[in-house]
Design a protein around this ligand. Structure first.
Ligand code: VGL
Ligand code: ZN
Length: 199
């Protein structure tokens, strides 16, 4: 369908086994993601892309530990191990992902002071990445999401996509979750309640 775009979220080395913020089984989705890429007319990739001193890194906060939550100007923010630093191998796409047909790569999380889980809005929920405008300008009405991680970047992207008026689905077998304190169940329920189709 010409008005449908596949969005592959953050299929990067640091989110795969052996990476700095490894998601269990993250690399297992690559064959299915490649199949989805080959069967969609329009493909967009997102790439988590942080400066080395990014404020979401626990290393930047005195006494901060990875996976704890702190309060920042825009609300609660989970602290992470240093990951997806701009230009590093960890920030590169998984070597077996077939990204050649991608029409756009949206980089996110490049502002030091603000994290960005969603492909559409940063974590203050108001700074746009430009993706909504890009898709609407191109006449895209439907988005299909897959990638890493289900309960963070995929989930928040899906919530913003429906809120921005796109018909939205998530191919769950082509996603893997971090699952921090039940975050997968919480995000799954939020997506369903918001009208995201979970496939
Ligand atoms: C992500 C945590 C921090 C993700 C990115 O891609 O889900 N999670 N940065
Ligand atoms: Zn990140």
């Amino acid at each position: 369908m010409a008005d449908k775009a596949l969005i592959v979220v953050d299929l990067q080395n640091d989110f795969c086994p052996g990476g700095a913020l490894a998601v269990e089984g993250g690399d297992e989705i690559v064959p299915l993601v490649n199949h989805l890429i080959s069967s969609h007319d329009h493909v967009v990739l997102t790439q988590d892309w942080h400066p080395a001193d990014h404020s979401s890194f626990a290393s930047q906060h005195e006494g901060g530990a990875p996976f704890e939550t702190i309060d920042v100007a825009y609300g609660p923010q989970t602290l992470w191990p240093d990951h997806c630093v701009q230009g590093t191998d960890g920030a590169a796409f998984h070597a077996e992902m077939d990204w050649t047909r991608a029409e756009l790569v949206i980089r996110k999380g490049f502002r030091r002071e603000i994290d960005s889980y969603s492909a559409f809005f940063e974590n203050d929920h108001s700074t746009p990445t430009g993706l909504t405008g890009y898709l609407k300008d191109r006449g895209i009405g439907e988005v299909v999401l897959c990638g890493l991680a289900t309960d963070f970047c995929v989930g928040f992207s899906a919530l913003d996509a429906v809120a921005s008026g796109f018909r939205t689905s998530v191919v769950m077998p082509a996603c893997r979750a971090i699952d921090l304190d039940g975050s997968l169940d919480v995000m799954t329920a939020r997506m369903r309640d918001a009208g995201v189709h979970l496939l």
